[in-house]
Write a protein of this length. Sequence first.
Length: 649
Amino acid sequence: MVQMLKLHSQRNGSKKKGLRSDASEIELKPLTDATPSQTPVTSPTNASSDENIQISKRSFTRYIVLFVAVMVGCYHLGRWTCMVEHQDLLDGDVESKPKGDDKTTKTDGDYFMNMQKVQAIRRKGQQLLSELEEYYSKHKGGAQSILIGPGGWANGWVFFGKRTAREEKLVDTMARALLNPHQSVFKIGVIGSSVAAGHDNCAYDNYQHQLERTFSPIWEAAGMKLEIQNAGQGGSCGDSHKNQVWCIQQNVSPDSDIVHYSWSYFEVGDDMDGRKEREKLVRWTQLLPNSPPVHLVNVLFEEACLGQQEGGNPHENEMFEAYQEYGYNAFCMRYAIASGQYQWKRGDPIFEGQHSGDGLHNTTRYGLNETNAERRESLGVILRNWHPGPLGFQYISDALAYSYTTAMLAALDRIEAVMATKKFAKSKTKPIVPRNHTVAEAAWWRDRPIIMGQQMKDPLFCDPRYCKVDQAPKCLNLEIPTYGFWGASIAKPNDDLNPFKGENQDWKEYQEGMGDRWHMVNRLEASLYVDKPEMCQFPDHCAAVEAKSPENGRMVFKLPKMEVGMVIICFCCGKDVAKPQFLDNPNVEVDFNGKILDRSTWDIFPEKKCARVIKEHGTAVGSHGHSYLSVRLLQGNNQTVRISHVITI
């Protein structure tokens, strides 16, 4: 019997669900509660008791006046401004980090933000930008061109004039995360191929881990944590962008704040240009709780990253224009490198495998402290083969960190401006739009608008049946790792609602390569970290449930509610496994709510490892109050059948 697989989501350890628990609130000790034993009044030896009483009364009066003055100041200046003044006034009576420490925390009672945090975050953010600007100072155009401008991004940041809707979306994302009292973790979810996973390196050196180390201190200054969920999957499982975008709610957390999409080598040719998949992803992510912006991360000379420059693709630019309000953008590693001091071209040796250095840097920044010469040189590799090396990944990490920090500082400017107004100080509920601020500028103080798929513009490339919906698709993905929530689930054999209760249900768990300690790790790094395998190990592995004969009985899936009524089953492990295991196998039977499905209606969709068994009208509910899908092998079967995904919409 297959037990329910454990959810791979990562939850924070808050004591009170949903609230930050790593904080210490400023405590103002009462100024009038002192007793004679706590604050003795020393008087001359021959002084009368009446004089002692007069001294005590004068002291008491001073405290009362001071207390009233502070309270009046709080009322007029606002709660958050008052916190900062109290720290100066009551030095020693404030239970928080010492002044100047950039790591602060937020308590459940500290509902929004205070000036101390704004200043701490700003210091860390400005420090990071300064470090990156110094590091890239000898590159043509400097950090602003390479890391946030047109050097690597399709749509660079506008530093002068009105910000674009794309930039406003990123600023809004940062502001909402900082101001949300129920959010203690800022999540970046990554879906992609082995490039996203970071194969042929140590996991420590992929761009996600570099970005965590670079960008985390700023979130720590806000009393928060940065978490990057890397669901990059190697090619041996047979996955591609075509099927994985359907699983955005399980591969990464549905409450991700930003989503990265990285399938560089899969978007090749007219049939696989990726626009349909990217458009699906951009539209579906806006239906998730945080409506995260989608950033394409590409390691090639991808024409999408040229934007409006010469050679830019008009179809890509059409997508950027259509979805700029949702923050859609693209960064290309090779264009960023090529825009540097030496103006590298496509065929230059710098882009050959195992080349170390970009002409100005021979290793990563953290590689400068490496004492092992081989490891130091290895950290300077731009491309291992088709997979980037650590220095190549550093460009990606730095570009993301620089862009996100710039957006965060812009968010702080607006937060601080709103906090300084008297209208804000007097607001006892949710902050109102202050004078001299437009609704657009202060919109992030209010609840996030709910986006309806039917209200979005008509899609440019993807099928409206699947793109113009109000709920993102749901998925059961049995591969490793995943960080979100499943849609379909494996029904318990003894569940009273299971329509096949009492029948044999004994499919087995299958996981590929779990015993390979150095799965996809560069050989040099494996030899250097033989005693620290966790430094290098990658979490991604193919996985499924399998049956080899009718003796395994049924695999029963409980399906979630659906909007379109389409059901897809994907198989493991390889790129063309749906046909031999399923479509061309006459000894497989699929039952939906008590009805055996007509196999002549099945087809390959959306990838060659997947089969669509119900195209539509699958929204009907079974007699048990839910919909159930059952798969079993019939007599005469000689194929091992492995199911890795069940996708519904």
